[in-house]
Design a protein around this ligand. Structure first.
Ligand code: ADP
Length: 412
């Protein structure tokens, strides 16, 4: 696994999901609220850490309550903070995000009043040359140009990537250093380009040495290789788009992971779009790159299930296809064979309807047998005392994971 140094900021995101963008000077009730660590580089590192990479954050961390929360959440996700600069009396940057459930739009109010990670902080990092990849976020450009020049002078073979999300003063001082520059669609459109290929050809003159990358939401992503080959990958939309926040950060993680694994640029672009597509189908970043053991399959993100609620799946188990259903209760998921012990028939007649009206019990639609959710035991109805067959499931980092039984041994 690789050692990755990411230079950028970490924020606390306070995300309110609303049923429509509120009118000015009005009050609305949020449908849901989540508080989680954000910031482009922090997100990208958190995802890369899932794949077992050694990820180190070079960024400023405030000593206030929010800052401490950011630090502990990052550490929990496996991000190493040994190079972070702790600013005891600073206030952590926060992003108040309104996520409009109707159209997925994300409106962000960002607050920041924390000193930047400085040139001397960067130069004090021990062992930059032992890193396999250096990733930077384009901000504070005058200082960043010095850091990039320094990095370039100490690392020779290791790639340096730069993410350019927003228009900022002094960007042109950065172009000469990176091997890979990832632009955002918003930046490109802000420069007046409607077509990705037009922008990439223009940007080629800024950074003749670099691979240029341009993710473009639901249209996928483009790349211009060092020898000016234009590559494109489509997007990989999930069945339902649930949360597009940090799609770009996930794309970056997917790209870095793929390139570190020796994938070609064309394949890395596809891998990055696939990972970002998976991300927009779930809430948050957990479980995106976690390797699964053999025999394990991700069924769905836990947050894509209603709470309480249930969904049916077809899974391969021991070499045969089986109908199962998964019941969600808060942070838990329970899985059962879709087979009522009464008449050995499926429990549901309409799709995904496995619970009673208030969602507190499993109910067979045929004869009304009721089962408890936690154990699958029938406590009322024609098969009282019998149980549903439990299926091996676990919830890890936000994903519901199904473990198939071992295949039956082959008969000679
Ligand atoms: P950002 O989060 O920086 O605005 P983009 O919107 O460009 O980033 O998305 C980054 C990547 O995420 C895209 O290249 C694409 O692969 C994926 N993506 C974003 N939105 C969707 C979507 N609605 N469906 C499928 N993939 C998406």
């Amino acid at each position: 696994m690789a050692r990755i140094l990411g230079t950028g900021i970490a924020t606390l995101d306070i995300i309110n999901t609303v049923d429509g963008y509120p009118a000015e000077d009005s009050e609305v009730r949020a449908l849901a609220q989540a508080v989680r660590v954000g910031g482009n580089t922090a997100n990208t590192l958190s995802i890369l850490a899932q794949a077992g990479h050694e990820c180190r954050l070079a960024g400023a961390l405030a000593g206030d309550m929010n800052g401490r929360r950011i630090a502990s959440e990052l550490e929990l996700r496996g991000v190493d903070l040994r190079h972070a600069r702790r600013i005891e009396h600073g206030a952590a940057p926060t992003s108040y995000i309104l996520l409009n459930q109707q159209n997925g739009s994300r409106s962000i109010v960002h607050y920041r009043d924390l000193a930047e990670f400085s040139i001397s902080d960067f130069m004090d990092i021990d062992g930059i040359d032992s890193c396999d990849w250096l990733h930077f976020e384009a901000r504070n450009c005058d200082d960043l140009a010095v850091m990039l020049a320094f990095a370039r002078s100490v690392v020779t073979d290791q790639p340096i990537s730069l993410e350019v999300e927003k228009e900022r003063e002094g960007l042109e001082a950065l172009w000469e250093y990176p091997d890979i520059i990832i632009f955002s669609r918003a930046f490109v459109q802000g420069r007046g380009f409607a077509l990705p290929e037009d922008f990439l050809r223009e940007a080629r003159s800024w950074a003749p040495q670099a691979i240029l990358i341009l993710p473009w939401g639901e249209r996928g992503a483009w790349a211009l290789s060092k020898n000016n080959q234009l590559l494109h990958s489509p997007a990989f939309p999930p069945i339902e788009v649930i949360d597009t926040l940090a799609a770009g950060d996930t794309f970056n993680a997917g790209l870095i992971h793929a390139m570190l694994s020796g994938r070609s640029l064309a394949d890395a672009l596809v891998d990055a779009c696939q990972l970002a597509g998976r991300k927009v189908g779930q809430f948050g970043l957990d479980g995106l790159l976690t390797p699964l053991a053999a025999q394990e399959n991700v069924l769905c993100p836990l947050n894509s299930l209603p709470d309480p609620g249930a969904r049916g799946f077809e899974v391969e188990d021991g070499g045969v296809m089986r109908a199962i259903f998964v019941v969600r209760q808060g942070l838990e998921a329970y899985g059962y064979l879709n087979n009522c012990p009464h008449l050995s028939a499926e429990l549901n007649v309409t799709a995904d309807t496995f619970l009673d009206e208030d969602g507190r019990h499993i109910r067979c639609a045929l004869h009304g047998a009721l089962f408890d959710i936690e154990g699958g035991r029938c406590f009322a109805g024609p098969c009282e005392g019998e149980s549903l067959t439990r299926i091996g499931l676990r919830v890890e980092r936000g994903q519901v994971i199904f473990r198939a039984s071992a295949k039956p041994p082959q008969l000679r």
